[in-house]
Design a protein. Structure first.
Length: 271
């Protein structure tokens, strides 16, 4: 597909969120000529039991930059701290400034319902920013000289951790992306976040986070098979934001074509 704007922006709450939830899809988009930008709200300053906040910020920023370099993506840090992402005026303007700076065609972020507040508030801030970025009277000059973006972008939510809400109920994506061909690159990108292994061992009880990520992608492939009837070995699930004023055409499905599996075997919605 010939796209004038090939910019894709992923906004995660923490370093490694993009790698955990959508990097397999990002490698497909990169290979199709898209320009990939990854931003994190925080530098994971609470994600350590052995380093100070300043030390772990430095370590995790280096890991995030190395992971993005492996993908060929740009990296931005938005200046928030762990467990301190709130839906307030300054946070909305700061996030909107990011959208204006990059002016993406597509945006990916956390789903509205997830296992922790940093993810959920990031989701809401990004949703607000997508809507407000084209409105020039919404002032973000404290953060950027760019006064508006060109349009409300296509907004996608990747799956929650383990594909469930906080009550353990299964959340069904609108569609899945087949990442069987990019799973190894995805896991190598995740592997740049070495500081996370000890943190996840101590806080989450998760021993090998790379292999755990492989299993989650395998589980997503099985759910795609059960839900939509096409066998996938590894997959990533997405929902599209289809509220008023947001674009409804599934541009991600059109760009990725046969790699997308949904209820009608292709694009989940065309108009």
């Amino acid at each position: 597909m010939n796209l004038r704007n090939r910019k894709v922006l992923v906004v995660g709450a923490h370093p490694d969120d993009a790698e955990m939830f959508c990097a397999g899809t990002l490698f497909h988009l990169r290979d199709l000529g898209c320009e990939i930008h990854i931003a994190t709200m925080t530098l994971g300053d609470c994600g350590s039991t052995e380093h100070s906040s300043e030390e772990i910020r430095r370590i995790r920023r280096g890991e995030a930059e190395a992971a993005c370099a492996f993908l060929g993506a740009s990296y931005r840090y938005l200046g928030f701290n762990d467990l301190s992402i709130f839906n307030d005026d300054a946070s909305n303007r700061r996030t909107t400034a990011l959208l204006r700076d990059i002016d993406p065609l597509m945006v990916m972020t956390h789903p509205p319902h997830d296992y922790m507040s940093d993810h959920e508030t990031t989701s809401l801030l990004v949703r607000n920013a997508c809507f407000g970025a084209p409105a020039p009277n919404y002032d973000t000059l404290s953060f950027t000289p760019v006064t508006r973006s060109s349009a409300i972008p296509y907004l996608y939510y990747f799956e929650s951790m383990d594909g469930i809400d906080i009550f353990g109920r299964r959340l069904v994506p609108h569609f899945y992306v087949d990442i069987t061909g990019t799973i190894e690159a995805r896991l190598k990108m995740l592997g740049h976040h070495q500081s996370q292994r000890k943190w996840l061992q101590s806080h989450h009880g998760l021993d090998d986070y790379v292999e755990a990520a492989r299993q989650r992608c395998r589980d997503a492939g099985e759910r795609a098979s059960q839900t939509f009837g096409r066998r996938l070995v590894y997959a990533e699930g997405f929902c599209q934001h289809l509220g008023h004023a947001y674009p409804h055409e599934n541009i991600l499905a059109q760009v990725l074509e046969h790699r997308v599996v949904s209820g009608n075997g292709g694009a989940h919605r065309s108009s």
